[in-house]
Write a protein that binds this ligand. Structure first.
Ligand code: T3D
Length: 259
């Protein structure tokens, strides 16, 4: 079994670590496939945490595999996106449980956008997000050109994408690109605590919240109210809802089972 992706099973949640630290966890084919397999295998975990080994989170595509002076040129990047990056982004965004990304260091190119595809992005205050694509003659991919203008507005999204300038994590949090930045030493303890919190939380409500928020971008308001009503109807029948209300009335912490 390859060790470029490390999967750890914790108490009802799963930690996935990108592990090619000497390349800042840039994704080569082996790592793409191992990452995909890890995401496909999360099963009934109630939360997923993704992070990187070493001083970087992920430097995007491994450019060693795109050397114009080695082998076949030009590569078909439409195909590589369809074959490798887009399945990863779709897998991450379609997981029903909360997906946390702990950005431990630089996140560049598709590495930044894979992080941003996660539901809750935490980062070390030393981490930087770089839309590195323009520096090598490419456009933002892995969902970047979709998510950046929506989170940041056009001015900031365009500035980051066209200049390829690094955005430090504290500024990214201030701008609303990510959830929070922490002192580097606090990042992993905070990320583990949040994963454990989600794993002990109301699983159906989390899945419903994710689904509603993602569909909202493509819905008109009226249709969305109907969607919320249908989702709340389902949550209202869950054991976790009954437990949540009982716990509130009894003034004790809820013990959600995820059912
Ligand atoms: O191709 C397709 O399928 C289409 C899809 C493309 C998606 C993409 O992600 S395109 C964007 C690819 N990524 C980049 O352009 C980023 C390239 N890396 C950098 O600009 C810098 O490394 C960083 C800003 C990320 C970090 O800079 P720094 O100074 O902290 O570190 P460094 O010294 O540049 O990198 C450390 C090592 O990692 C270094 O190797 P060495 O010299 O120690 O042997 C460097 O070459 C290597 N590395 C960093 N990024 C990549 C990489 N090796 C291969 N591919 C990389 N992307």
């Amino acid at each position: 079994m390859s060790d470029v992706i490390i999967v750890e099973k914790m108490d009802q949640w799963i930690k996935i670590t990108l592990n090619r630290p000497e390349r800042l966890n840039a994704l080569n084919v082996e790592m793409h496939l191992a990452f995909r397999a890890a995401l496909e295998a999360v099963g009934d975990a109630r939360a997923v945490l993704i992070t990187g080994a070493g001083r970087g989170f992920c430097a995007g595509q491994d450019l060693g595999e795109r050397n114009p002076d080695n082998g076949h040129w030009p590569p078909d990047l439409g195909q590589t996106l369809n074959d490798y990056f887009n399945p990863l982004v779709r897998l991450i965004t379609n997981l029903p449980m909360p997906v946390i990304c702990a950005v431990n260091g630089v996140a560049a190119g598709a590495g930044a956008n894979l992080a941003l595809a996660c539901d809750v992005v935490l980062a070390a205050d030393t981490a930087r997000f770089i839309q590195a694509f323009s520096k090598i003659g490419l456009v933002p991919d892995a969902g970047g050109s979709w998510i950046l203008p929506r989170r940041l507005g056009m001015a900031r999204a365009m500035g980051l994408a066209l200049t390829g300038a690094p955005l430090m994590a504290p500024q990214a949090a201030e701008w609303g690109l990510i959830w929070k930045s922490y002192d580097a030493a606090d990042l992993m303890p905070e990320a583990h605590a949040l994963a454990a919190e989600f794993a002990a939380g109301p699983t159906m409500a989390y899945a419903g919240t994710k689904s509603l928020m993602k569909r909202a971008a493509n819905h008109d308001f009226d249709a969305h109210l109907d969607d919320e009503a249908a989702m709340q109807q389902a949550c209202g029948r869950s054991d976790d809802y009954a437990e949540g209300v009982r716990a509130f009335l009894a003034k004790r912490p809820a013990e959600f089972t995820g059912k």
